[in-house]
Design a protein around this ligand. Structure first.
Ligand code: PEP
Length: 257
């Protein structure tokens, strides 16, 4: 059993307006009991416009649910129309920020260099990145999965010091498994999460690699979460679709029961 505290995070993507977001977090809290929060972190990542509303619910009901954002701009402020900075997120009690989600890489052209700037900014302000990496189906079929993921890790972490390994979460998310209903087998997911950890060891050192949390993401559901989470190098999940249902996300969080 590893000493790393797993993180189960829900990525709500561009779903739920702020009223629906309030309902979703309230219902989630209703389904969870104190023991469900023990020795694991539960985090929700609503769209930017719902962060303030969800923060208010978490605060007023004193919920042990962490708040995450789905993206950020690397600068603190400036003429960047439509963007949101890390200090702004920090003021909303956001503790985690997703960086380099495959949808942002594919649809918004985010390169490893851009992801690197975001990870730096997130760390600089004392928040925790959830750094997403993962190969496409084509890359996996060509036998290049590990190479691609290692390359993304190197680029995204280039020149970045890790003082507190707990403060870095890497989410291994094979692109072909995101929103498709196809999940990596627990063995394949374990193999890649172990490869991520080995690369962190080679970029930094073994103690850092042992402390970093490596999540699996890609069609995690109540029915497959247990077998994925029982793998030694998988320290939690990044959950998209299933996190939009309070019942399903609660079942995922409660997988140990
Ligand atoms: C995600 O968006 O990070 C994700 C893993 O989505 P899904 O669970 O829907 O595959």
């Amino acid at each position: 059993m590893s000493s790393r505290t797993p993180v189960i995070a829900g990525n709500w993507k561009m779903y739920k307006d702020h009223l629906e977001a309030i309902q979703l977090v309230q219902k989630l809290a209703y389904h969870l009991e104190a023991e469900d929060y023990e020795d694991q972190e539960v985090v929700v990542c609503p769209p930017f416009v719902s962060l303030r509303s969800v923060q208010t619910v978490i605060q007023s009901d004193d919920l042990p649910i962490g708040l995450g954002a789905q993206n950020c701009h690397p600068e603190d402020e400036g003429a960047f129309t439509g963007e949101v900075s890390v200090p702004m997120l920090s003021r909303l009690d956001v503790t985690y920020v997703i960086a380099g989600h495959s949808e942002r890489r594919a649809l918004f052209g985010e390169s490893d260099a851009v992801v690197n700037e975001k990870v730096r900014a997130i760390q600089h302000h004392g928040l925790r990145p959830i750094l997403c990496v993962g190969e496409s189906l084509e890359e996996r079929e060509a036998g290049r999965a590990v190479e691609v993921v290692v390359q993304q890790l190197r680029g995204s972490l280039d020149g970045i010091a890790i003082d507190d390994p707990e403060a870095l979460v890497v989410a291994y998310e094979p692109v072909w498994a995101i929103g498709t209903g196809r999940t990596a087998t627990p063995q394949d997911a374990q193999e890649m999460c172990a490869a991520v950890r080995a690369e962190v060891a080679s970029l930094y050192d073994q103690a850092t690699a042992d402390g970093v949390r490596v999540q699996y993401g890609g069609s995690v559901k109540p029915g497959n979460v247990k077998s994925l989470m029982s793998q030694p190098d998988i320290d939690g999940a990044l959950v998209g679709g299933a996190s939009l249902s309070s019942e399903d996300f609660a079942l995922i969080v409660r997988h140990r029961r």
